[in-house]
Design a protein around this ligand. Structure first.
Ligand SMILES: N[C@@H](CCC(=O)N[C@@H](CS)C(=O)NCC(=O)O)C(=O)O
Length: 208
């Protein structure tokens, strides 16, 4: 398998899950603005949508979209217990959190990552929206659960933690959301996460 990624981006959730499963894979960095992979290949030919992640699987098919990739990986190795069984309420909960992370939390960070500086009004709106969505995570963790589905780590945690980690890049202090802060600290200690961070050159990874 081959993962197309940008350091610290949402594609890191696939890397974490690949490590959780102990699967062999290669990876290649993508310059999404230039539309090129690190080796100079036309990335639009690999993923016409132009963004990461893309995961090339056995046989050469390319999967895109975080929730689809993460569930494919989990379902390919059900013995690892990274996703509840399809058709169960628990699986629907997993999908709730994957979809929330992709369409609400992830996108609430988008204004902070655009190249054009935000106006004061845009900053205020972006901040209110982001705080609201982090509040949703805090609410989901408020019963003291260790992981977003309860007592067991799942692929939803891999994605949610990668996105919550972006608060560090934009200078938002998670201390206002103590459950979310403790959750991110807990997930960041996992060997798979430390390895992924180290491989992508992020602070918090294992010493190289
Ligand atoms: N809907 C996509 C969104 C992926 C996405 O937003 N990727 C970002 C990184 S987190 C990206 O590649 N941004 C660069 C760009 O769009 O040029 C998914 O869930 O996989």
């Amino acid at each position: 398998m081959k993962l197309y990624y940008k350091p610290g981006a949402c594609s890191m959730s696939s890397r974490i899950v690949l490590h959780e499963l102990g699967l062999p894979f290669t990876s290649e960095k993508v310059d999404t603005e230039a539309g090129l992979t690190g080796s100079g290949a036309d990335y639009l030919k690999i993923n016409p949508k132009g963004y990461v992640p893309a995961l090339e699987i056995e046989g050469g098919a390319v999967l895109t979209e975080n929730p689809a990739i993460l569930q494919f990986l989990a379902d390919s190795h059900p013995e690892a217990g990274l996703a509840p069984a399809p058709g169960t309420v628990e699986r629907a909960r997993l999908q709730e959190w994957l979809n929330f992370t992709a369409s609400e939390l992830h996108k609430a960070f988008s204004p902070y990552f655009r190249s054009k500086p935000l106006t004061d009004g845009e900053k205020a709106a972006a901040s209110a929206q982001l705080e609201r969505r982090i509040g949703d995570v805090e609410h989901g963790l408020a019963d003291g659960r260790s992981f977003i589905l309860g007592s067991q780590f799942s692929v939803a945690d891999a994605y949610l933690a990668v996105v919550l980690n972006w608060t560090r890049f934009i200078g938002v202090d998670l201390a206002r959301w103590p459950h979310a802060a403790a959750y991110l600290a807990r997930i960041s200690e996992r060997a798979s996460v430390r390895q992924a961070m180290q491989e992508e050159g992020l602070p918090g990874g294992e010493a190289a």
